[in-house]
Design a protein around this ligand. Structure first.
Ligand SMILES: [Fe+2]
Ligand SMILES: [Fe+2]
Length: 384
């Protein structure tokens, strides 16, 4: 198949359907090309296959579900040679479809619309979990035209397939109007179905990740409530430590998994007190066991493995004093631990009702001794 010399679009006809540039080596205007010889047909199939794999590769290396769905929509248009596409997802109560991705100028208008399951073409596909090809919507009673009247797009033909993951419907995908006015084929249906499978997997993965995050957030809350309950005056300590620690981490331009580790470690830094019920949590700066206990408690949780190491050293000072005494000092101590140890010391002083100015003076005087000088300077800057 020729590739447009202007926009790169691959097409079968005498001129590019996207920008109108004539096909290379084509002198024919406004007429379909003659059927290609067998060798050329094989090349076309290879090119189509290469295009498909390139698109699949691009989709599977994208982790953000919105980007995956946008790529699936534009890939579906490109590979089925159609004018528009949309992806609708099933809402939580399973009664309506809502537009997640829609191409064209009015795409954002469509994202506000809902389609009841069972109504219209998309609703029929959702209700029956069956793909549907309609070559002429004007003679199909299921076509309501409601979406066209909102978008201003004139639908002539539709190919719509269900998005199914683990035998459950998650939405539908559709492409509209073949660019050359021809009929949708079984090949088009197979292409859209294959692409939709990637979309369905991405949606289910995103839901699982969000479910896990929700689970962890709640487990964290239960854990912190459990050990903060040791003394009412301790209430909120863990989240205060997390707030200040992550603020310092951001100033240090720490991002990604390192940033998450610092957040998890800061929230759970005193979790070891659960194993030390005979101690008041207010003694935490003198209780030498809780960092090790906390480390032991969470080191086998894959998600928290790196955070566990930070918890272990959250009472180790920059000069190597504090605990556990393993000979680590200065930059050999993980940066997350250096941050939390300063924040823990600040919070200790607040428990002792030190005025903020006195806390700042102490941090200043211990810069480079008990506290990492860079982290101390950041604290002094953001606490002004
Ligand atoms: Fe603490
Ligand atoms: Fe602690």
């Amino acid at each position: 198949m020729p590739k447009c010399t202007n926009c790169g679009f691959i097409f079968r006809y005498d001129k590019c359907p996207r920008c109108g540039t004539p096909a290379p080596q084509s002198g024919i205007k406004n007429a379909p090309a003659a059927p290609p010889p067998l060798a050329q047909k094989t090349d076309e199939n290879k090119s189509e296959l290469n295009q498909f794999f390139e698109i699949v590769c691009s989709i599977t290396t994208t982790s953000d579900v919105d980007s995956v769905l946008k790529k699936v929509g534009s890939a579906a248009e490109k590979l089925t040679l159609t004018m528009a596409s949309s992806i609708m997802l099933l809402d939580d109560d399973g009664k309506n479809l809502y537009f997640k991705v829609a191409s064209g100028d009015k795409g954002t208008i469509l994202t506000k619309l809902k389609v009841p399951v069972g109504e219209g073409i998309a609703g029929w596909v959702a209700a029956n979990k069956q793909p549907l090809i309609i070559q002429d919507v004007s003679v199909d009673a299921r076509f309501t035209g409601k979406i066209d009247s909102e978008s201003g797009f004139k639908t002539k033909s539709i190919l719509c397939v269900p998005l199914i993951a683990n035998d459950e419907l998650v939405g539908v995908a559709e492409v509209l109007n073949k660019i050359d006015g021809s009929n949708f084929t079984e090949n088009d249906k197979a292409i859209l179905t294959s692409l939709s499978n990637f979309a369905a997997v991405a949606i289910v993965n995103a839901k699982n990740i969000s479910g896990q995050q929700n689970f962890f957030a709640n487990v964290f809350e239960i854990l912190t409530t459990a050990f903060e309950a040791n003394d009412k005056r301790f209430s909120g300590h863990c989240f205060k430590v997390a707030q200040l620690s992550t603020a310092i981490a951001r100033e240090l331009n720490i991002t990604g998994s390192h940033y998450k580790d610092i957040y998890y470690a800061a929230v759970l830094h005193d979790v070891g007190f659960i194993a030390e019920p005979e101690y008041s949590i207010l003694e935490h700066s003198s209780n030498r066991v809780h960092p090790i206990k906390g480390y032991e408690m969470i080191k086998n949780i894959n998600l928290l493995k790196s955070a566990a190491g930070l918890i272990k050293y959250h009472h180790l000072m920059y000069d190597g004093s504090g605990f556990p005494a393993e000979g680590l000092k200065k930059e050999a101590i993980p940066v997350g631990s250096r941050i939390i140890s300063l924040v823990e010391a600040v919070e200790d002083m607040r428990f002792s009702v030190y005025p903020e100015e006195k806390i700042r003076q102490t941090v200043e005087s211990q810069k480079g001794i008990k506290f990492d000088p860079v982290i101390a300077d950041i604290y002094l800057k953001i606490s002004e």
